[in-house]
Ligand binder design. Structure first.
Ligand SMILES: [Zn+2]
Length: 501
């Protein structure tokens, strides 16, 4: 087994190169310039508390020292959004002034841009784009040195990964249409952390100051004599679900973490979970979703709460979820935008509008294992490649979607999302009601036969024509003369103004 401090000497050559480069151009270097690999980590409070979410940015330097920094919404949007920066090697100009809290915290970023990774590190495994194939995770259970409780036994964590309805291997296969599985996932623990609770979590149950780096390093180090993180030299487990025996700060956390474990240096998909998180499999699915790179979904009420859409496990994870006697609420599907980002929608099953016209298509529900038609439609807003509407069908059926909003078992609805890739929650479920409902379980969000969505400014309409045997007939129109010409029934419409600037 390798020792943890080897991470500190992983790139001695690289460090020398960087030093020479910076000496060679010292006069041109702005003060506070920082380089490193950026990880986005999402913090999710216990759904029962109704508190807001938080996003943490972790920067791993060339020695894989991990520091936290702040990046404002405007900088993020200018850089193309979270997914354009996550797991990229970036150049950051730091704002003047001291770090906000500790030595491990950098001042806020004043500018940020992806740049080429240093020579010799281009192939450092990072988490970019599509996710396919077998993705074994390991759950590592760790106890704070002053807390003896073991909230669940090893079998609980092992069985959570089973390939049976309601368990995670089955779940991820269904959600990804068999693009991924988590076969070979494992669990081990409980292991003893070297320090007491408050060393890692100064304010248990609130705030955002849990030391995610120390929790990762100490928990994996405690497990290291017993766990082969290289997973028999296969490049390592795909991800690590860290399970703790007491609350953390506000939140459970999910994202990634750059580190060297058992000789494998890479960005590890990582989640940090207190007991309330692993007692709801939906929350573990949500955190693993962050591990796969997914941001939050949202509704369109414009508030700061991203947990108010029950149409995506990456929003209201436990709302309208199927209940399991052992693992609590189970995950639902993710919206087509998220499936598309991860490469889980076959291009043949995605209808993309690329020119003006009237297009009659059929859509099958997201939860269907197979389809002979489309799973999603994508309509550009204002000719933009990065802003668009998605159209998808949902059905109250199956192991994970049976309890979605609507009129009960077998009910089918069409759901539309506005996707703006530059914002923190790119996909917002559209709501015909004004103002939009606080929580997107209302009829305004569910588009049914006879209802038409119209974005007049962008010359887009989506008409739900009727039900098919398994899904919906939908008519999509792009081009104002087509929408507002003969035959258009204005009485059916719902006006919508895109939030796109
Ligand atoms: Zn989250």
């Amino acid at each position: 087994m390798m020792e943890k401090h080897e991470a500190m000497i992983r790139f001695p050559m690289l460090f020398a190169v960087l030093l020479l480069v910076s000496l060679g151009s010292m006069e041109a270097q702005p003060v506070g310039l920082q380089y490193g690999w950026l990880s986005v980590v999402w913090g999710d409070p216990d759904p029962a508390t109704g508190e807001s979410s938080t996003i943490s940015f972790l920067l791993a330097d060339s020695d894989l020292r991990v520091m936290e920094l702040t990046i404002g919404e405007e900088l993020l949007a200018a850089a193309g959004g979270l997914l354009a920066l996550d797991n990229r090697y970036v150049e950051i100009t730091l704002a003047p002034g001291p770090p906000e809290s500790s030595l491990d915290t950098l001042p806020a970023a004043a500018s940020i841009r992806p740049v080429a990774p240093p020579p010799g590190t281009e192939d450092l495994p990072r988490l970019l784009g599509g996710v396919s194939g077998s993705k074994p995770w390991i759950s590592v259970m760790c106890k704070f040195s002053d807390i003896a409780a073991e909230p669940e036994d090893l079998a609980y964590f092992l069985d959570m990964y089973d390939n049976a309805a309601g368990r995670l291997d089955h779940y991820w296969r269904e959600v990804s249409y068999d693009e991924i599985d988590v076969l070979g996932s494992s669990a081990d623990g409980w292991f003893n952390l070297p320090n007491p609770h408050v060393t890692y979590v100064p304010t248990p149950g609130s705030g955002t100051d849990a030391d995610l780096g120390a929790l990762f390093n100490d928990c994996t180090a405690a497990a290291d004599p017993f766990v082969d993180f290289s997973n028999e030299d296969t490049g390592g487990y795909e991800g690590i679900n860290l399970m703790f025996n007491e609350v953390l700060d506000c939140c459970a956390w999910g994202g990634s973490f750059f580190a060297t474990l058992d000789g494998v240096t890479k960005s590890w998909r990582t989640t940090w979970n207190p007991p309330w998180a692993f007692h709801q499999e939906a929350v573990i699915a949500h955190e693993m979703g962050h591990g796969f790179g997914l941001p939050h979904a949202n509704n369109s009420d414009g508030d700061s709460d991203p947990y108010d859409s029950p149409w995506d496990v990456m929003s209201s994870a436990t709302g309208y979820a199927v209940d399991d006697p052992v693992y609590g609420n189970l995950g639902k599907h993710v919206t087509t935008y998220h499936k598309d980002v991860l490469g889980w929608v076959d291009p043949a099953e995605r209808f993309e509008v690329t020119e003006n016209g009237v297009f009659a298509i059929t859509l099958d529900p997201l939860g269907s294992a197979t389809t002979s038609t489309y799973r999603m439609a994508k309509i550009p807003i204002g000719g933009s490649g990065s802003n668009y509407y998605t159209v998808e069908a949902r059905e109250a059926a199956g192991a994970y979607e049976a309890d979605i909003p609507g009129e009960g078992p077998g009910d089918r609805v069409v759901i539309l999302h506005e996707v703006v890739t530059g914002r923190s929650e790119p996909a917002w479920a559209l709501d015909a009601d004004a103002p939009p409902a606080d929580y997107a379980d209302t009829e305004g969000v569910m588009w049914r036969p006879g209802e038409t969505f119209v974005d007049a400014a962008n010359e887009i309409s989506v008409r739900v024509v009727g039900l098919t045997a398994t899904g919906f007939d939908v008519e999509i129109t792009l081009g104002s003369s087509l929408i507002f010409g003969d035959g258009f029934e204005s009485g059916d419409t719902t006006a919508w103004s895109s939030t796109v600037p």
